[in-house]
Design a protein around this ligand. Sequence first.
Ligand code: ATP
Ligand code: MG
Length: 265
Amino acid sequence: MMVEIPDSHPRKKSLLSRQKIVEGSLEGLLADSAMIAHGRGEAFDYLLGERTTESARLAVREAASRLSSAISPVISVNGNTVLLAGEGALRLAALLGCPIEVNLYYRTPERVSGLLSLLEEQRAKILEEPVPSGLEGDWRESVTNVPLLGGSADFRIEGLEGPRSHCTEEGIGRADSILVPLEDGDRCEALVNLGKEVIVIDLNPLSRSSRMATVTIVDEVSRAFDGMLAELISNPDCVPSEWDNANAISGSLDDITEFLREKKG
Ligand code: ATP
Ligand code: MG
């Protein structure tokens, strides 16, 4: 049951996110561990000051430019991502002209089809909204045409065993650049080993995914999607740089240290 959270509540945004995760769990859209993953993310967001830091902003820009320069980009989403940022993922995919693939670590046909249905609902909602300002071309057609993949897996990620290796050829299988929010470290490593460019969104700068990725955005998933969309609208010709990901992660750790120093006064 959705509980009304007053606008004045200082933690309204965080409570709304929690509510989405709880509802998603009750509807059977999430694996049992999803709440634990969310809690870990929340803890790191607190330590980052619940904002997009300057180093995250640079990573957002790099990710946007790499995705728009890729030949076959894909956005891979899990349950938490669809619940918290499905609309942001759809808007970004529409702008990039790329598919979204539901790809779950604990894969069941019911959860995959439930998340695909939720993405369709989110798509319908976006189609009713005004076109984001600064966008040219037929936005509604681009939104309508975003392929939603994952329903029938016909490909395997080499180097992984069991259901967590299943994916589609049209999406992850043939992608040269993959955006994988909240990915598990093991799968991130397998994708990198296949020679793919892997862009991770993860609030934990110390996770294996963060350390394995080509570009790591240490930011909350919905903020990161909104940031990439804004970046591509304001700077559509952005080009990838020589990106030093270890240095970028170190920047995020400095952001935490700096925030804690401010808090200590
Ligand atoms: P790894 O396998 O990469 O070492 P892990 O096992 O610690 O990571 P997982 O459960 O595999 O963690 O993945 C969840 C990750 O997603 C965590 O690192 C968590 O910080 C991050 N996370 C959770 N919620 C969010 C969110 N809303 N936005 C961004 N990141 C999040
Ligand atoms: Mg893991």
